[in-house]
Design a protein around this ligand. Structure first.
Ligand SMILES: Cc1cc2nc3c(=O)[nH]c(=O)nc-3n(C[C@H](O)[C@H](O)[C@H](O)COP(=O)(O)OP(=O)(O)OC[C@H]3O[C@@H](n4cnc5c(N)ncnc54)[C@H](O)[C@@H]3O)c2cc1C
Length: 489
């Protein structure tokens, strides 16, 4: 018998979602990630949970309906990571006419299940907070309900759940060879050690590396795939509301600006074909200038490339190298030549539908293994076992229990750990009980938790993926954190 039922190459959102789904259905799963969980495209998503107007524009109504159903599942199962948010589309006659936007949103409402989120509406932005940050010419905007998700924590918490259901999650483990017999025989370099593993089925979920892994690791032909790069910029906070702004750019692309980590605004996205090593992808000066220009058409406060605090980029495999198809829809292929072990190839796709994509992919293995029924639509992610309407109450409860937390700190911690916060803070009575401090918010207690329970090994794993505290951490504290983690490891 093989060591595992399913081996997965890649610890991005597609890989961990499959690991969680399969482990919960009773399969013995191993996931191999060459670096850190979510270090690829999955931490560079637009972080939006929505039906996507661009998809509606392509008349992909079934996709929009599926996305809305998934939005409600995320709110139920990850109320800490996903915040319901109003999206605002300022209307003007230059691009899509107002009547067209309004009819799209009416269609949105028809496709969305009714779960307590407000329906779309027209707002007079001359008398609405949404208008405060905007330049004069805009009189009206259309609003609809979506969500914003912490993408990299979504990856990690899927992996935590998978591990708690029995999956073996190996970070720093690169799959270098996979031979297909009646089972798969894999060779991995696992934290410097060569390791041989056998698995009944294999999933190639290696994102931008999908074609390289197929060609050099599996040594199997794969249809031509392109690689696209997505980039976003982070600037100081440009508006006071919690809305996500959706702007129609002059090239008909939809550009969004969303609140980011309390004091910042995230503006995206720009997509372009990518060539090179996906591990070293970065936004170009032209990408930053394009996004600043798009924002400057709408916001009163100008942003220049010199105002960019950070750029966020990721690369991913796409069927259409121009970056349209494949990126949003995602792709999955299944094959099993007679007498040989099954292979699933899964890549791209938006965050909103990742759970569903994984469920469908794992279901391909139903003929080979006895599996329990689909389950992920009902089960909360770790720390998410409370109603999304109670987020503020959870924050309040945290402040009552740990009286040294201010409002902003409690919000960050509940958004990250939800009901598991006690496992991070324990019985601390004041901040000093949490040990050494790194920057204004991070403490030794949190670092230890992330190393013990969430596979954090290096400062960037914590500063940019388990949190975004890198935005406010002074360089000296970063060095102290590196020394602390090296000693703790
Ligand atoms: C062009 C583009 C457009 C996008 N559009 C959207 C959008 O419209 N909406 C939205 O929500 N999101 C969008 N996304 C982001 C979305 O989050 C990603 O599509 C999705 O997360 C892909 O996840 P993944 O797991 O396939 O890839 P990744 O997150 O890149 O994960 C792949 C992982 O495989 C690992 N790996 C590779 N080779 C090996 C090996 N040999 N051994 C072990 N591990 C290996 C890598 O280290 C990496 O961590 C877009 C992304 C891109 C790049």
């Amino acid at each position: 018998m093989a060591d595992y039922d399913l081996a997965i190459i890649g610890g991005g959102l597609n890989g961990v979602s499959m690991a969680r789904d399969a482990a919960g259905r009773g399969l013995r799963v191993i996931l191999l990630e060459q670096g850190d969980l979510g270090a690829g495209a999955s931490a560079a998503s637009p972080r939006l949970i929505h039906g996507d107007l661009a998809v509606l524009e392509r008349r992909a109504l079934l996709r929009v309906r599926a996305a809305w159903a998934e939005r409600d599942i995320w709110l139920r199962t990850a109320p800490h990571l996903v915040r319901p948010t109003r999206f605002a589309v300022p209307s003007h006659s230059g691009e899509r006419p107002p009547w067209l936007l309004r009819s799209w949103l009416l269609l949105y409402d028809r496709l969305a299940p009714s779960t307590g989120l407000p329906a779309s509406a027209t707002i007079d932005i001359t008398h609405h907070p949404v208008g405060n940050a905007l330049r004069r010419p805009f009189g009206a905007a259309f609003e609809y309900s979506g969500g914003v998700v912490d993408d990299s924590r979504l990856v990690v918490l899927n992996a935590v759940d998978a591990a708690e259901r029995g999956a073996d999650i190996r970070t720093g483990a690169r799959c270098v060879r996979a031979d297909r017999l009646d089972v798969w025989r894999l060779v991995a370099i696992d934290r410097g050690h060569r390791r041989v593993i056998t698995a009944g089925a294999l999933a190639n979920a290696s994102g931008a590396w999908t074609a390289t892994v197929a060609e050099t690791v599996l040594r199997l032909p794969l249809p031509d795939l392109g690689v696209s790069q997505i980039s976003q910029i982070v600037v100081r906070r440009l508006f006071d509301t919690d809305h996500v702004y959706v702007f129609q750019n002059h090239d008909r692309r939809l550009i969004f600006a969303s609140p980011y980590e309390r004091d910042f605004t995230l503006i995206g996205t720009v997509t372009r074909p990518f060539k090179g090593d996906p591990a070293v992808v970065s936004a170009t000066a032209a990408d930053a200038a394009y996004l600043c220009d798009a924002a400057n058409r709408y916001f009163r406060e100008r942003v220049e490339p010199s105002d960019v605090v950070r750029t966020i980029s990721g690369a991913n495999a796409v069927i259409d190298p121009a970056g349209r198809r494949g990126a949003r829809d995602g792709s999955m292929a299944f094959d099993r030549p007679r007498g040989q072990a099954p292979l699933i190839t899964i890549f791209a796709g938006d965050i909103t539908t990742a759970r569903l994509r994984a469920e469908r992919a794992v279901s391909k293995l139903t003929p080979f293994y006895p599996m329990s029924p689909r389950w992920t639509a009902q089960a909360a992610l770790p720390g998410g076992d409370f109603a999304w309407t109670r987020f503020d109450a959870e924050v309040e409860g945290a402040r009552e229990r740990w009286r040294f937390l201010n409002e902003a700190q409690a919000q960050r911690l509940i958004a990250a750990y939800g009901s598991r916060l006690a496992a991070v803070l324990g019985d601390a009575k004041d901040r000093a009980d949490l040990g050494q401090a790194f920057g204004p918010e991070l403490t030794a207690a949190e670092v230890r938790y992330l190393m013990a329970k969430e596979w954090a090994r290096f400062p960037d794993d914590i500063l940019w993926r388990r949190s975004k505290l890198g935005l406010t951490m002074p360089p000296g504290d970063r060095d102290a954190l590196a020394a602390f983690m090296a000693a703790a490891a």
